[in-house]
Design a protein around this ligand. Structure first.
Ligand code: NAD
Length: 252
């Protein structure tokens, strides 16, 4: 198991499924945590599990579409812990629409939350790491939709393709500062985000499982385990890559 003892990790989207899975894996590895999300009280169940795993936990309401809010969250974390060693960036937004019917505000919201918000978080955290000359690791969740079209999710796919390139740009720029930046491209993971998008009633779920060679859908813990690996020193020679985690579904 990776060890993060003495390290501080910021986890965004911590009230959500994948953010919750990542936070718990980092806590189990010994990290202390700053958990960010839009609704601070909704972070509490994850915060409790992480405390039970032995982590010190700070929670903060951060709207990552707002640069001042992102900076406040990072400043609070730095004030409390002295610095940031790991960023696990998970917050995201997805709503379905055809491009012909796509309202401009919805298009802009996908870019603001998924792409610009992730850039703001990574930029703020990386500035702290560079200033402290501490090195660090940044793990950014994009999506399988970054490389494979999903019906009625073009705004989401475009934003996530941008996140994949953001990961590469950050990795190239920050590598010389001993900061590694990698991405994760999940396939279908059962969380609050997918239930309004995919019909997970038993027949449709069986069809989705039939299209997944390993024979089951993914869980937040599956992604959390990959976040922990990529954030750990075991992954010290992995930089700038986005790893697909989809049970082989993209092969179909
Ligand atoms: P989720 O809905 O459970 O979690 C997303 C979290 O992001 C929520 O807690 C939400 O409050 C937060 N968030 C949304 N807008 C925000 C904002 N402006 N500022 C701060 N926080 C905000 O969904 P999830 O499935 O856990 O998704 C986590 C990440 O994984 C997302 O980036 C998503 O696009 C990506 N992803 C998910 C799947 C999947 O199948 N679940 C597949 C591929 C990629």
């Amino acid at each position: 198991m990776p060890t993060f003892s003495g390290k501080t990790a910021i986890v965004s989207g911590a009230a959500g499924g994948i953010g919750g899975g990542a936070a718990l894996r980092l806590a189990e590895g010994g990290a202390d945590l700053a958990l960010f999300d839009l609704d601070e009280s909704a972070i509490e169940p994850t915060a409790e599990k992480c405390r039970a795993a032995g982590a010190e936990v700070l929670t903060a309401r951060v709207d990552q579409t707002d640069s001042a809010s992102v900076q406040q969250g990072i400043d609070r974390t730095v004030e409390h812990y002295g610095g940031v060693d790991i960023l696990s960036a998970n917050a995201g937004y997805c709503a379905l629409s055809t491009l012909l019917d796509q309202p401009l505000e919805e298009w802009n919201k996908h870019l603001a939350v998924n792409l610009t918000g992730t850039m703001l978080l990574a930029q703020g955290v990386a500035r702290n790491m560079v200033e402290r000359k501490s090195g660090g690791a940044i793990v950014i969740v994009s999506s399988g939709a970054a490389v494979q079209h999903v019906d009625q999710a073009s705004a989401y796919s475009v934003s996530k393709a941008g996140v994949k390139m953001l990961t590469e740009g950050l990795a190239s720029e920050l590598g010389p500062h001993r900061i590694r930046v990698n991405g994760i491209m999940p396939g279908l993971i059962e969380t609050g985000m997918v239930s309004p998008i995919f019909d997970l009633s038993s027949t449709s779920k069986a069809r989705l499982i039939a299209g997944t060679p390993v024979g089951h859908l993914g869980t937040p813990d599956d992604v959390g385990a990959l976040v922990a690996f990529l954030a750990s020193s075991d992954a010290r020679y992995i930089n700038g890559h986005s790893v697909m985690i989809d049970g082989g579904a993209l092969l179909h």
